[in-house]
Design a protein around this ligand. Structure first.
Ligand code: NI
Length: 254
């Protein structure tokens, strides 16, 4: 089996005690590629440094909607400079998060999202979209940028929205949430999405799949999401792993 974890945050403080150990154990768990998105300029910088140090790890750079309060137009220049690094494969993670009341105001989130979609278009890079309780606005804003392609990560939208994204040429990615007993919507979405548009991810250190739910997540656990996806698509786990690995390589141009 060869696995591609398309979304993991190894720059997170939760990996400070044992980052080296975790990252060096991944090859033995058949994880061959990882993309580490940034959440603000500092974490994007860390992602770039990790990508320099670890051959199997690639970086994305961006302002996460939950972390965008300090955003100023000139901060886009920081991202632009970081995005020129050879192992930066996407702008992300970017998007909208209407779940938490204490998040930055929606107008600011939308502005930061649009500015980064424009940057992705300028740099000809794909985007990694975070959409929490903001499906309608996320979809309508990405449609303002028809030349930009991306992935909706940790997908939580409807089947109809998934079909529309596929129609627009987008990818859709699933975390360990797919293994949860109440994952009805995600299950229906996976069943409706063509195999060549699916990717798997962990969103480490969050979102551990069953049977590790509640524990800190790492990329080795992406196999559980891949196995569940295989079951839903009527494929063998090896075949699903190969397809999602190739999808990820094609999408991130690795
Ligand atoms: Ni994430």
């Amino acid at each position: 089996m060869v696995l591609f974890d398309t979304h993991a945050h190894y720059d997170s403080r939760q990996f400070d005690p044992d980052r080296e150990e975790v990252l060096s154990s991944l090859a033995d768990q058949e994880v061959a590629l990882v993309v580490n998105p940034g959440c603000d300029p500092a974490s994007s910088q860390k992602a770039v440094e990790l990508a320099r140090a670890w051959p199997f790890l690639y970086a994305a750079v961006g302002w996460h909607p939950e972390d965008c309060a300090p955003y100023a137009p000139e901060s886009l220049d920081e991202l632009r400079a970081l995005a020129r690094e050879p192992k930066v494969v996407a702008i992300g993670e970017i998007g909208l998060d209407y779940y938490w009341k204490e998040n930055p105001p929606r107008e600011l989130q939308q502005r930061v999202f649009r500015d980064q979609l424009a940057l992705a278009e300028e740099l000809n890079l794909p985007v990694i979209v975070h959409d929490r309780d903001a499906h309608g606005d996320c979809l309508s804003i990405v449609k303002e940028f028809p030349r930009v392609r991306g992935v909706f990560h940790c997908y939580s939208g409807s089947v109809e929205m998934a079909r529309e994204l596929v129609e627009l040429g987008w990818m859709i990615s699933f975390t360990g949430v797919l293994t949860y007993p109440n994952a009805r919507k995600a299950v229906e979405a996976v069943q409706a999405i063509p195999p060549d548009r699916l990717m798997v991810e962990t969103d480490s250190p969050y979102m551990s799949p069953v049977p590790f739910r509640g524990k800190r997540c790492h990329s080795g656990l992406v196999r559980y999401t891949c196995e569940r996806m295989a079951e839903l698509k009527g494929l063998s786990p090896e075949e699903m792993a190969r397809i999602t690995y190739e999808n990820g390589r094609r999408f991130f141009r690795i």
